[in-house]
Design a protein around this ligand. Structure first.
Ligand SMILES: [Zn+2]
Length: 290
């Protein structure tokens, strides 16, 4: 599954090809993704210019003057920049054809990805007025049903020790489940939760509200660290992840605990344990993580 680092890598790969580009055409080959791809997209986007691209959690946001296109890669999606006219194969469900002679193509064999349109302002404008026109509050992107309950971005400043400390005080659930909860912080998938907890010396099963302030600070630091490293390495988890430039190579990360059941801990040699938490596998060193 593409995790936050893959989505960020994808954004960085495609953005230079898309920013400032005019849409020549929109091709919907298979509208049945996680939700139906809006049939009116070609009419809405032809002739419009992509003003900017952003990421929020694992959503890629393509901003236009009159609204935002939300893309999600789901379980198996990937985006590539290709020359216009490149023949589509079975799982190529959606193309944005650009005036530059290139296209952005969504490939998604399992079809859990999403292509959605949000009409209206892209962000909170100052003072509730933009270019003299009163705005409709309901149309702000941050209030979109898929975005409005999301916690802070893990790599931004508002995800800090104080935030995690406050978010965990009334939670007796296991700390691993809490950091994987999008309302607490977005984009901490299973691999990164396991690795961050190991580096912080925290056992995944520890009740969240038992975490001291210094340990919250340590965990915030290691979450940022593992995500930054993965982004630097260009994303890691999807076997057939295809980079946006079309190359298929992906970097196999070095993990401390993830997938290493029974193997010796890199720090102390104790065999790594594996348990189930919320349907997902957790890996930890019983010696190093308390
Ligand atoms: Zn150990």
């Amino acid at each position: 599954m593409p995790e936050l680092p893959e989505v960020e890598t994808t954004l960085r790969g495609i953005a230079p090809h898309l920013a400032g580009q005019r849409i020549k055409d929109v091709i919907i080959r298979h509208p049945q993704l996680r939700w139906p791809v809006p049939a009116e997209l070609p009419r809405l986007l032809r002739g419009q210019t992509i003003r900017a691209l952003r990421r929020r959690a694992k959503y890629l946001l393509l901003e236009f003057e009159h609204g935002t296109l939300l893309l999600h890669l789901g379980m198996s999606g990937s985006l590539r920049i290709l020359p216009a006219g490149t023949p589509a194969t079975q799982h190529d469900h959606f193309d944005l054809v650009l005036a530059s002679g290139k296209l952005l193509r969504l490939r998604d064999p399992r079809r859990f990805g999403a292509v959605l349109w949000h009409e209206g302002d892209t962000d909170e404008p100052p003072q509730g007025v933009r270019r003299g026109v009163p705005r409709r509050v309901a149309a702000t992107l941050s209030q979109h049903p898929l975005l409005k309950n999301l916690g802070p971005e893990p790599l931004q400043k508002d995800f800090d020790a104080e935030h995690l400390y406050r978010a965990t005080r009334k939670r007796s659930a296991a700390i691993k489940l809490v950091i994987m909860d999008n309302r607490v912080v977005v984009g901490v998938g299973n691999i990164y939760a396991n690795e961050a907890l190991f580096r912080a010396g925290i056992r995944p099963t520890l009740a969240a509200n038992k975490l001291s302030r210094p340990r919250c600070a340590k965990l915030v630091e290691t979450i940022k660290q593992v995500l930054k490293e993965a982004i630097q390495q260009g994303g890691s988890t999807l076997r057939d992840f295809v980079h946006s430039d079309g190359s298929s190579g992906y970097f196999q990360q070095h993990y401390f605990v993830y997938g290493r059941t029974g193997e010796p801990c890199h720090k102390c040699g104790t065999p790594i344990k594996q348990i189930k938490q919320g349907q997902r596998s957790s890996f930890y060193c019983p010696q190093c993580q308390k």
